[in-house]
Design a protein around this ligand. Structure first.
Ligand code: SF4
Ligand code: SF4
Length: 450
């Protein structure tokens, strides 16, 4: 009974804090500006299945994709097993589903979970080697120093520990189960009905039981190890649950809504600013004035801070897995410029968290005299972007770092008039001559005469 009370308390605390953090992330995302992204529902569901569930873009590198699938499928499917652990914890039972579905089916399921657990361990070890020993280039960029680097290691190590606890727990249970069974039935024939509630273990735990534990180890000692692994396993899962929203691994969850709400226009298509579009059209064709009634100028152009960005760009920031595929493909980054699209996403998330924390402490109208533009993302970074869309094309979960870059750059240019001299000359020529060159509009066709 004490164990049940402890379990319920632990679960309640873990679920409370997880829900609280999730609600604060939701609130932060909704600080962004409105953007209608609910058209074409069929295509959106398709995107979610192909890109989030099917991880299509990961298959650009099949080996990494397969290992990632091990981790992902293993993580999701093993969570089904956690349902039983959870119910056992509340009801004070032990392997609740065993008598319900029978020993044979139970062992098949446990075998599947155990195989997946081993594959998860293999995947985690390979990923740890890639990050820490072979040092894949995209994991060594400056923005990945410090916590982001440790974060990835923490999660990989935690997954290895959780899977090892799961396998050890099962292995102990197999031995305890068989020992008790033969003790009880050493002088009798046992019936099939009794066999049906015997935990025969999974394919890995039965093999390990002969290797890990010597026959000399007492059943009582095995029970202590099994209970310790059970508690550490579930406590680890609750801790993992609460760490998730602070980590890049939130993409495990957010990849799904993020792919669903991805922008569906062609990736090379930029959003026009209606007021500027009107000015341009009317400068060439003043007769179209009737098509642009009113002159309601926006309060500001582009985005200076996170609240000026669309809610989708803010969800992008929380969804980013920091994989660095965007940065690896970025021509500006490849040629030694300061710009890294991954850093843009990380900066946006960090600033959004900062704004959210300030709101929690000081209310909605706080001001800390900081902005995403300037305090997090520099002018140098923004100017380096060629708007080539390689980062958007590469992102496995349909994030657009370019959208944020464009909004920040619009603010820089339109609000702050912060442009290099060459750009200023070009803008002046476009405004006066409707062309980037400093020739009068009337002289445009002169070249035909010469
Ligand atoms: S659009 Fe900009 S940030 Fe993205 S890859 Fe191209 S240059 Fe880099
Ligand atoms: S934006 Fe996409 S590609 Fe870039 S680091 Fe984040 S998840 Fe990876």
């Amino acid at each position: 009974m004490i164990q049940q009370i402890l379990f319920v308390l632990l679960a309640a605390v873990a679920i409370y804090f997880f829900t609280k953090k999730v609600m604060s992330i939701r609130r932060n995302i909704l600080l962004g500006k409105d953007e209608a992204l609910n058209d074409q529902p069929k295509l959106r569901w398709r995107n979610m299945f192909i890109f989030a569930l099917g991880q299509k873009k990961m298959f650009n590198n099949p080996l990494v994709a397969v290992l990632h699938i091990f981790l992902y499928v293993g993580f999701v499917i093993i969570n089904i097993e956690i349902l039983e652990i959870f119910l056992d914890g509340i009801l004070g039972t032990h392997r609740l589903f065993l008598p319900i579905i029978g020993s044979s089916l139970y062992s098949i399921l446990i075998s599947c979970f155990e195989i997946l657990a081993v594959l998860v361990i293999v995947g985690c070890v390979v990923f740890l080697i890639r990050r820490n020993i072979t040092k894949v280039n995209r994991f060594t960029k400056p923005e990945l120093k410090g916590f982001p680097f440790r974060d990835a290691n923490y999660i990989l190590i935690t997954e290895i520990v959780l899977m090892s606890l799961f396998l050890t727990m099962n292995t102990c249970d197999v031995l305890i189960s068989w020992r008790n069974f033969f003790l009880l039935h050493s002088h009798t024939h046992y019936s099939l009905a009794e066999l049906n509630v015997l935990f025969g273990g999974g394919i890995i735990s039965t093999s390990l039981s002969d290797i890990i534990f010597s026959p000399a180890i007492s059943t009582h000692a095995l029970e202590i190890i099994e209970r310790t692994c059970w508690w550490l396993h579930i406590a680890g899962i609750f801790a993992f649950l609460n760490y998730l929203p602070y980590s890049k691994h939130l993409h495990i969850i957010l990849a799904f809504p993020n792919s669903f709400f991805a922008r569906l226009n062609n990736i090379g298509q930029m959003e026009n600013m209606p007021l500027i579009q009107k000015e341009v059209v009317l400068s060439f064709q003043p007769e179209r004035a009737a098509e642009f009634p009113g002159d309601d100028a926006p309060m500001k152009f582009g985005a200076k801070d996170v609240k000026d960005l669309s809610w989708k760009s803010l969800m992008d920031a929380y969804s980013c897995s920091e994989c660095g595929r965007c940065t690896a493909a970025c021509p500006a980054n490849q040629t030694g410029k300061k710009l890294s699209p991954r850093k843009i996403m990380m900066d946006t998330r960090d600033r959004l968290e900062e704004v959210g924390n300030n709101i929690d402490k000081h209310g909605m109208d706080f001001t800390d005299n900081k902005t995403l533009l300037g305090d997090y993302v520099s002018v140098e970074e923004l100017r380096a972007c060629t708007t080539c869309n390689a980062c958007v094309e590469q992102c496995p979960i349909l994030i657009s770092p370019l959208n944020i870059i464009l909004e920040l750059r619009r603010s820089l240019v339109m609000e702050d008039s912060n442009v290099p001299n060459e750009w200023a000359m070009m803008f002046g020529n476009m405004e006066n001559n409707q062309a980037p060159w400093k020739f009068s509009n009337e002289d445009r066709a002169n070249w035909i005469k010469s």
